[in-house]
Design a protein. Sequence first.
Length: 237
Amino acid sequence: MPKPDSIIWITGASSGIGKALALEFASNNKIIAASARNKEALDRLKKEITSDKKNIELYPLDVTDFKQVNKNAKLIEAEYNIDCLINNAGATTFKFAKDNSIEEIDEIIKTNLNGSIYAIQAVLPRMIEQKRGTIINILSVAAEKVLTKSSVYAASKAGLLAYTKVLREELREQNIRIINILPGATRTPIWPNKVLEKYGDRMMSPAEIAKFIFNIYSINSNLVPEEIVLRPVKGDL
């Protein structure tokens, strides 16, 4: 049976918003390329999706390693056209700036900023050649709003926001959409348990965000929603 023509590549797909995105896009009959470091979690995701007879391909990788990212992009492109890249892989700490170790700083910057840029660099040549494609970046309100204990995380997200704004202008004539999603507090494993226990009920759910993003992706017209801020109805924590 011939392979489908297009695929949605999601990084950080093993949990949180990334997993919700995989489930949402698959439920709408999109083919998913799911990437994350946690192979076991990806296997569980595949069982969950394929049990409903949907299609998902697994590409385990570490986004901080460009060779891995580029190799897997080529593997995906050998079978599919990457119609959409969703940069979702993320890392953070909840510490004052002075308390972050150099290792933690490197991990956050390499995952959130470098990893996203690596994935974009890997898919851009084919998208430019085809003169079509969508790149969706899961950022954070921290990219624009001052939140204590998020200095390195905010720097990584603000850096990606700046990079993609420039990239969008450079790609205007290539018919490639760059969409930045800036969510507020969302119930994901990135939060400490005590925060989830206290504030989880007022946070947004990953499924709500995934559904919104799918609807934005599905817009088929001569417009692009560029930066979108999503916040809980009750506001920030």
